[in-house]
Design a protein around this ligand. Structure first.
Ligand SMILES: *Cc1c(COP(=O)(O)O)cnc(C)c1O
Length: 498
């Protein structure tokens, strides 16, 4: 098997193993780690069609994490994709209307982030063991809601780790907030900030970039790492379910081997859709990658014009995990578009940091041709939830609804009837209020937990364990800080003096 190394999008001269890249998270130069090459699937799709999720996960991940032994990787996979998921399929595919919904929300925190965050702690602790690292790993994460809880739940009480999560105090749903502030585990620390997700993410990036702090942490026996979707240990596990969904469509006879499919991905930080693109580059016959945005439609504009422009009003929507103006993972695609030029990427990212805008020159836009961007406004999102519910009783969450609307629009505009997979990124139970409001305004005045029972009556869907648990759980985290005080909060939790 071909050895894959990792380097920064901003410095091609670096050469890290997968386990080094997983441990480090983000490169010191601010760049993201990218594989030296996107490997090709070396097993026939017919064979994959007969495999279960774990077996597929191994076939995909072994090609990227080439410094892991078979035993190490299989061990990580087995510990990740187990009974934490409420179905042995792990990521079931369901046909409703004209689309196949790939339900990525059957894990511990009922959102798609579980797909990667249930394995990341194992990849990290395995990597640390391989490298003989004795420092305690401190996971530092900014969250727009879902990452936070999924990371907390993945890392809680994992020996040799601590986890610190920053969330925008007023930018997450009540249930998301309750999920986080009730997190157990002595190694967990949850902080609300007075600011939005981009502020939280910028603050975290600044802490990572602070060399002086890094040295102090090292002296105190800590090293920082990231569980954000920029970590290659998050991105690669997400490639798996796109390969898996193709294989399952083949197994069910929906497609013949080699037939193309399209995928629609409700997008925020661009991690999930980039994983679909990696699956395509590995040889999975994916034709179009349809990027679905909400009213924060930076990516829609980017795919239409080639200009990325974050200078606009930040809009709070009913799909908060997509309320993002800087889609960090896009940098990896830009790097590919620029033919792997780290110098070009540095230029664009400097422009983004200084002016909030950069433009991909015409000759670099060829790399975007597999993508197209669409968006749904709030009314269209609600309408989509309502329509699917009325059609056959299927209830989708607000993020998935953005994608479902976008899919309808795409088909109307293009007439493209290619079988299509919609990444269904959260359980409707995670965004109960918005989901029920979309179905019928009569639910508006009710308490969140009453709404959960209403949704159950309406849909017949089992109430997930994750939701039952937080009904009565005590609040364990009350810290709130200014966006300028994030470093101070970190120091306090780790007991390091200023
Ligand atoms: C994180 C998240 C998204 C966006 O995914 P990205 O990988 O950041 O593009 C969409 N929907 C839900 C429910 C999420 O939690």
């Amino acid at each position: 098997m071909q050895e894959i190394t990792y380097h920064s999008t901003r410095d091609n001269s670096l050469k890290l193993t997968a386990s080094q890249a997983i441990l480090q998270g983000l490169s010191e130069d601010g760049g993201l780690f990218v594989p030296s090459e996107i490997p090709t699937l070396d097993i026939p799709m017919e064979k994959l069609a007969r495999m279960d999720y774990r077996q597929t996960a191994y076939e995909v991940m072994k090609l990227f994490f080439t410094d892991f032994t078979e035993e190490e990787l299989k061990n990580c996979i087995e510990r990740a994709y187990d009974s934490k998921f409420d179905t042995s399929e792990i990521a079931p595919l369901e046909k409703h209307g004209d689309a196949w919904f790939l339900e990525l929300y059957h894990g511990a925190t009922i959102a798609f982030k579980d797909m990667a965050l249930s394995i990341l702690p194992h990849l990290m602790t395995t990597s640390a063991r391989k490298k003989g690292i004795t420092n305690e790993i401190v996971i530092l994460t900014a969250t727009s809601g879902d990452t936070g809880k999924a990371a907390l739940s993945g890392f809680a009480d994992v020996a040799g780790t601590k986890i610190i999560v920053f969330y925008p105090k007023d930018g997450v749903s009540p249930i998301q907030k309750k999920q986080m502030v009730t997190q157990r585990g002595d190694n967990t620390f949850v902080v609300g900030i007075n600011g939005n997700f981009d502020d939280a993410q910028t603050g975290v990036k600044n802490i990572f970039g602070d060399r002086k702090l890094g040295q102090e942490l090292d002296r105190a026996g800590y090293q920082l790492s990231s569980a954000n979707s920029i970590n290659i240990g998050r991105l690669i596990p997400q490639v798996v379910y796109y390969v898996y969904s193709y294989a399952k469509l083949l197994e069910r006879g929906v497609i013949q081997n080699g037939d193309p499919i399209n995928v629609v991905v409700p997008t925020g930080n661009f991690g999930n859709i980039l994983a679909a693109y990696y699956a395509k580059r590995m040889g999975t016959p994916i034709r179009k990658l349809i990027c679905a945005s909400n009213e924060n439609k930076v990516l829609y504009d980017f795919f239409r014009t080639g200009t990325y422009d974050r200078n606009r009003e930040f809009i709070l929507t009913s799909s908060p995990s997509m309320d993002i103006l800087i889609s960090s993972n896009l940098e990896r695609l830009i790097w590919l578009c620029a033919g792997g030029s780290d110098q070009q990427v540095r230029l664009f990212m400097d422009q983004l940091a200084q002016t909030g805008v950069y433009t991909l020159p015409e000759e670099m836009r060829g790399g975007l041709s597999a993508f197209c961007g669409y968006y749904a406004d709030e009314e269209e999102t609600a309408e989509s939830i309502r329509n699917y519910y009325r059609h056959d009783g299927y209830v989708i969450d607000t993020h998935t609804a953005v994608a479902a609307h976008v899919y309808d629009q795409y088909r109307q505009e293009t007439g493209d009837e290619t079988p299509t997979v919609i990444a269904s990124t959260a359980s409707p139970y995670k965004f109960t209020r918005s989901v029920l409001a979309a179905i019928d305004p009569k639910y508006a005045g009710e308490d969140d937990f009453v709404l959960i029972d209403r949704l159950h009556e309406l849909s017949g869907m089992k109430i997930p364990r994750a939701v039952e648990e937080i009904r009565t759980a005590p609040v364990l985290h009350r810290t709130i800080c200014e966006k300028s005080e994030m470093e101070k909060a970190v120091r306090k939790f780790l007991r390091i003096c200023d």
